[in-house]
Design a protein around this ligand. Sequence first.
Ligand code: CU
Length: 461
Amino acid sequence: MLGLSRREFLLGSAGTLSAFAAGGFAARQAQAAEHALTLSSLDHGILPDTVTKAMMSFAADGPPPVLRLKQGQKTAIEVTNALDEASVVHWHGLRIANRMDGVPYLTQNPIETGQAFRYEFTPPDAGTFWYHPHCNTLEQIARGMTGMLIVEDGEDPGFDKDLPLNIRDFRLGSDGQFIDFYKPRNAARGGTLGTVSTVNWQVEPDFELEAGSLVRLRLAVTDLTRVGTYAVEGAQALVIALDSNPLPSPVPAADITLAPGQRADIALRVPDGEAADVRLVRRKSGGDKVLARFRPAGASARRDLRELKPLNPNPVPEADLNNAEVLDFVFGWSPEGNAPRPSICGSLGYTFWSINRIAWTGDAPGPLDPLATLKQGKSYILRLRNESPNAHPIHLHGVSFRLLNSNKRKLPPLVTDTALLLKEETMDVALVADNPGDWAFHCHVIEHQKTGLTGFLRIEG
Ligand SMILES: [Cu+2]
């Protein structure tokens, strides 16, 4: 190996691996990955007549592909890292084996430049999910790395079309180039907002849809920071699922609050007339922001929303509230403000936030204590207390939970993986600890996540 560069060594070891394929590994290696993602940097046009340099994607030539998987069916996703930095991929909302969860050091080593990692898992739930890096997360997401992941149910609810809408901002100057991804003073408050709103990497795209048809709009807010209220206007539209879990009774798609990481599935009945102006908007004082338009085309398909079959609930176990143990978590400032440890997965250099007064010390190797240890199979109530004046979408990996109650508002009894805690809100949520492993537990405002508001729960088998 003398004289070999590190890169040659890496490539060399890949060669050795394929040599092994002739042996006992053969069956597994021979089975082609059903999906392949290449983590890539690229130049791509976001604003008209400009090319944004140094974007990042899960494909070499454009926006991240929509991954379509099947509920209960094993899949393989071969991830190759062609970036000049390390990365790792997390599948947001999927209740899969811990070693496939894509969190650096907690579940796997970062995938270094030139290396590949094969993710293999069976998604137990159907619905709208997304995927993103969990290494140098702020910069890699800021540059573009958020993709949508759809898990299809075996049963067809009766839609004519399925349209994923990846909603996010970029922080671009008027020349179309990236400006600073965040400002430290904002990271210590609500976070830094983007300057250009996009849907599927496009500014205010137009989607032509068959007049009179039924379309499943799948909204995913994959932004770093922005909490918003969304609506579909100019047509009949019903919210049928939130965070991949069906609503017991659909509600009009008029005021849907979504924080980073959250999703909404909407059943849209496209109007009959080609003159109709159907819009996806985000509420804004002084006039809503139009994010996308839907244009009816052709003769009416004459469909009716009542023709849709209800979605099947996902097989998420119900907590036994009479025997559940209560675990307390407080989300607030960092008591000490120590600089985080340096990490190949990036550090903002500041610590502003904490969970239970402990600030995450960076995505670095070395043993860390869980915030709590849960016993597999037992029920728990997590009491989530936000003592800060800022909103925090709290995301738990590996396990879904049900919203129980809040000291601030009446909560629908939704099942989710990401709970939005408003200013000074305390919320109880319930879960069954059915998936063993070390599960990341963090705020999905990435500036908060990267400046301390991260920890993990251990479920002991
Ligand atoms: Cu937060």
